[in-house]
Ligand binder design. Structure first.
Ligand code: CAA
Length: 240
């Protein structure tokens, strides 16, 4: 059955792969994006998936954005909180703004999107929320106090909200990707990345589509008994 699904940060990288996969599952997919107009337009031209622009770290903008999507397409039944940024640096170097931006967007975005959509899902008796966490929220990562804290927070947020949604047929799960071949990972200095890849038992970076397949399962009818869990898709880099 086709449902209305929204993917934040949906026009690039992992988000774009998730959008395409959910579209192939027969859903009406909406991509949210924050900044890159050119990529968003190219994505819509390629896929036919409509892209809506707002900053998921902005509470009011998220409420307004989701309300607009619902006016245009109907109730949102599936939310994939994928939008995220990095501001890497050791604690000595990261600024208060680097800390705040990452927490506000990566973790705050999950809260804002849930505030906009979770109550409606509960009222209708069906919903799926998938939050994209990270291996670095599970294991920590040198130079990522902000990102690791936000992603770790996502895993806690997921387990708490799952308990609220369970009796209403709303599942809330997380996926913890490892290092995936995206622009974000490409920004890691090559020498550092080489050392990281050397520690991945599968011996390569993951592909965005490999995360999208996990989302497809968690958002399907078959995923109904799975809630509050974290699906690790990381090539064996961290066994949690
Ligand atoms: N453990 C211990 N020490 C480490 C280390 C580690 N993992 N990595 C670096 N160091 C040490 C270095 O050896 C160096 O020590 P010396 O000064 O004694 O030689 C010192 O720390 C400084 O290292 P850098 O030269 O790398 O420092 P920098 O300030 O130039 O850069 C950094 C720091 C920005 C954190 C850089 O190391 C970096 O980009 N690291 C990668 C961070 C990372 O993995 N980000 C993931 C982004 S992708 C993502 O987040 C997606 C996802 O979900 C997986």
């Amino acid at each position: 059955m086709g449902r209305v699904a929204i993917v934040t940060g949906g026009t690039r990288g992992i988000g774009a792969a998730i959008c395409k996969r959910l579209q192939r599952q027969g859903h009406i997919v909406i991509a949210n994006y924050a900044g890159n107009e050119e990529k968003a337009q190219a994505f819509t031209a390629e896929t036919g998936i409509r892209a809506y622009k707002w900053d998921v770290g902005d509470h009011e903008a998220s409420l307004d954005g989701c309300a607009q999507v619902e006016r245009d397409f109907g109730p949102i039944d599936i939310v994939v909180n994928n939008a995220g940024i990095t501001r890497d640096g050791t604690l000595r170097k990261v600024s208060f703004d680097d800390w705040n931006d990452v927490i506000r967007i990566n973790l705050g975005g999950c809260f804002n999107m849930a505030k906009a959509t979770f109550p409606g899902m509960c009222e209708r008796g069906w919903g799926r929320i998938v939050n994209i966490g990270s291996i670095n929220g599970q294991a920590g990562q040198y130079g990522q106090v902000n990102y690791a804290a936000a992603k770790s927070g996502i895993h806690g947020f997921t387990k708490a909200l799952a308990q609220e949604g369970a009796k209403f047929g709303v599942t809330v799960n997380a996926i913890a990707p490892g290092y995936i071949d995206t622009d974000m990972v490409a920004a890691v200095p090559p020498a550092v990345l080489e050392k990281i890849v050397a520690k991945i038992p599968v011996g390569r970076l993951g592909m965005a589509e490999e995360i999208a397949r996990g989302v497809a399962f968690l958002t399907s009818e078959n995923g109904g008994f799975m809630t509050g869990s974290t699906m690790s898709i990381n090539g064996g880099q961290h066994m949690y």
